[in-house]
Design a protein around this ligand. Sequence first.
Ligand SMILES: [Zn+2]
Ligand SMILES: [Zn+2]
Length: 376
Amino acid sequence: MPEINIQIPKQLINATRFEKSIVIDGLIDVLGLNKSKHIHRLKPGDGENKIIAELENKYYNQLWKRKDLNEMVLKYITEKRLLKKKMSDKDVDKFQVFLAKLFGIPVERITELVLKSFLVGAMVELGEKEISLNLANLPKSVRDAIKQGKLTWEQARYINMAEHLAVEHIRGISEAAQHRLREMLINANMDGISPEILAQRLFEQFGDDSMLNRDMERIAITEMNSIANAGFISGVRDGEYVVGVSHKDACGWCLDNINGKVMKVIDNPPPEYANLPVGSDKYQSIAKIWDTCIWSTKTNIGRSTAKRKKTEHGYIVREHHELASPSVLCHANGRCRWVHFYPEYMYIENGEIKYVSNDEEDAERRKWLDKNPQLK
Ligand SMILES: [Zn+2]
Ligand SMILES: [Zn+2]
């Protein structure tokens, strides 16, 4: 069967491949044609999520060469016979230097991955998804990205900040791991244990189920997703809409506050309102912006998903400015994504994105719009 080639309507030029495929499917149905096998049906966010997952993995591997790490630590300790004698201060100092080298942060690789995640996010919006699928083609530095016209100065500034933050987070976790390793060596020496037992302890500390491993995963997921979402949002024009897409196994807060939630993208964040009298008109109007709008630097830092907080007088209800809001990244470990929302031919039903393809659905959309008059 010949492949069907249908021209995409102009307003769909910036749409994701999934959005395009829905329209194409609709047209094929209307025309009574068979579906081409070459048109893939993607769930919203799927394509990007795969690329982001790939970046997450790379980032995690950069951070954490767990197997090598255990082996190298053991080799060092055995060679220096550190478990066989009373250690001197100098031995401990040398071990510290050895660890610092072993954990040396590949800053260039980390910043490169931060940039790539941002670009993947931004390119989804720019309709360059096909190109972004090939990570090797993406620029490696912010400077190259600007040269290639893939970034504005505003975006470059943001990425730079995100890179510093990523390196800082990694440094924190790497220092914690080194501290733990030094502590383990000192304890092992004191206990007079064998290298085999130390190997066992190392495995417990750094194995799959260890706290440190979970921290490494959390950081990789958090960094890559927040920067990709920020990249995407920064590519959406002021006044346009996005909708949140959560994985099925997302937490309750995300399913209630992100999944299927339509937000207006604005360039300029609202002013700070934490110090305004709660309930004042000004406070309420800024709170409303937080509830309905998103901007590329919007975060939940300092806010909580828990409705109540503990004080010396018992539990009290948090004020609006203390509560988490649908943001670029909802919370640490968050895998939720934002995709473009076109009120002209999309609506939400039970948290799912629906596309207008016939009169019946159009009636559903009108009903939904009546409940969401701000989108009319
Ligand atoms: Zn969540
Ligand atoms: Zn989430």
